[in-house]
Write a protein that binds this ligand. Sequence first.
Ligand SMILES: [Zn+2]
Length: 104
Amino acid sequence: MNSQGEVAVAVPIARDGGHNDAFVFPPDAVAAAEKAIVASGLRRCGTYHSHPRSAPVPSEADRLVIRSDELMLIVGASGGCGAIRLWRLSRCRRFMNEVEWKQV
Ligand SMILES: [Zn+2]
């Protein structure tokens, strides 16, 4: 995210292939991506992933892995082709709240 609050770069990281019901990123790949983001003068603001067979609504596994200060963008299969929704963890960490966003 840049200083204007815009997501300026999306860094793709291949998920760990051993998990079918949740996305798990290899820690070394995450560390390398975070280092590159900081070196670019940006800051990490969240993660993104897809739900190829369901709506872009966070799963329980998603809720458990999201960082409390970050956003989670999900691209889903239902709700329209390429449905995209943005989420943030509630203060009590028990719910995911949808966040309004716009593409610029
Ligand atoms: Zn998910």
